[in-house]
Design a binder for this molecule. Structure first.
Ligand code: FES
Length: 353
């Protein structure tokens, strides 16, 4: 073999290797002899494999049907306890297991089909130009037809129909999840928060530090400080997370002279103002308070609210200001909410006129 590569002095090792390899002669060992499987020569064995493949597809179909049944039959609050894992939602367990069996049934069936029934003879495909000739293209169609013949799908209607059934039924869980898994329709849940109600003893709710859960005195709020706040008396038995999320508030003290809105001044006390922390874009917590500019930043999509101007949006995708919580001081000097938010909190566009 000739070479037109120019070798540099420090490339001698490479040159030796090239000479050695060019002097060796390799013979094409060819393909190993084809070893026949049981099913290749024995019609009974092939038939047995066919039934095994079909059984796996049927198993997939059963699991798919059970998935749909469990989706509607198992309650969302039902719990089961599993060894090593502990308690978990029965619905999640049932859907996970049936979906897994449904997928595995199709997968194992297809693999078993390929390994026991489809032809496993190796063939050599010579390289050719990128664009095939017209004859080769026409030949590709023949190859596909031959593939169908080799897979025996036309001669094995049991496999054909069970595979079709398994794949067809498998689309059902996706449809059920798409339609039913979107959650409940939005109601008016964001129009009411715990701040709308009083404590069981009839007193207004105090503003409590989050997460410490301690009440805040007006004197605790120094200029420029910010408190993450939750309402007093969160009921830990009834969706406490929902209550917390909807009612979370940011409390800030501003120079009174900076506040531009008369209502904002009136609903605060001595420059201390409280605003919902739930972004009016898509509901992330707006917790980044910039002391110098008095801007509140939402970390999700950078919506920015101006605290000196009723938390109006000055940047970003949010379209509405954050709702303000009207606050006062009780007889013991602690901050309380005198009424709930006057607008729905968060991205509640469907609740606003
Ligand atoms: S959720 Fe706040 S900007 Fe998108």
């Amino acid at each position: 073999m000739s070479s037109d590569v120019t070798h540099s002095p420090n490339n001698e090792h490479g040159t030796e290797l090239e000479q050695a390899s060019s002097s060796e002669v390799f013979t094409n060992p060819g393909l190993p002899p084809h070893v026949h499987r049981f099913g290749d020569d024995d019609a009974k064995a092939a038939r047995r494999s066919e039934r095994q493949v079909a059984s796996l597809f049927v198993l997939s179909m059963i699991a798919t049907v059970l998935f749909v049944v469990f989706y509607f039959a198992v309650g969302d609050d039902d719990l089961i306890t599993l060894p090593l894992i502990g308690p978990m939602k029965a619905l999640h367990f049932a859907l996970g297991v049936t979906l897994a069996v449904s997928l595995l049934g199709i997968g194992f069936g297809a693999v078993h089909w390929a390994k026991t029934i489809m032809s496993d003879e190796e063939v050599v495909e010579e390289r050719h130009e990128l664009r095939s000739s017209d004859e080769a293209r026409a030949g590709a169609v023949d190859v596909l037809a031959e593939g169908a013949e080799v897979s025996q799908i036309n001669r094995r209607p049991l496999i054909k129909y069970t595979l079709g059934g398994a794949l067809g039924l498998f689309a059902i869980p996706l449809g059920v999840q798409l339609v039913g898994g979107l959650g409940p329709l939005p109601g008016n849940d964001l129009s009411t928060t715990l701040w709308d109600t009083k404590l069981p003893n009839g007193k207004p709710r105090r503003l409590m530090r989050d997460p410490e859960g301690t009440a805040i005195r007006l004197s605790d709020v120094s200029m420029g400080s910010a408190f993450h706040v939750l309402p007093e008396g969160i009921d830990d038995t009834e969706h406490p997370l929902n209550q917390k999320v909807k009612a979370s508030v940011l409390l800030v003290k501003l120079e009174e002279s900076l506040i531009r809105s008369a209502r904002q001044k009136e609903w605060g006390i001595g420059g201390v103002v409280a605003y919902s922390k739930i972004c009016t874009h898509v509901g992330c917590p707006v917790g980044l308070y910039e002391q110098q500019t008095h801007h509140l930043l939402c970390p999700c999509h950078q919506s920015t609210f101006d605290m000196t101007n009723d938390c109006e949006v000055i940047f970003g995708p949010a379209k509405r200001p954050l709702p303000q919580l009207k606050i006062a001081v009780d007889d013991d000097g602690y901050l309380i909410a005198t009424q709930g938010f006057q607008e729905p909190v968060g991205p509640s566009f469907w609740e606003r006129s």
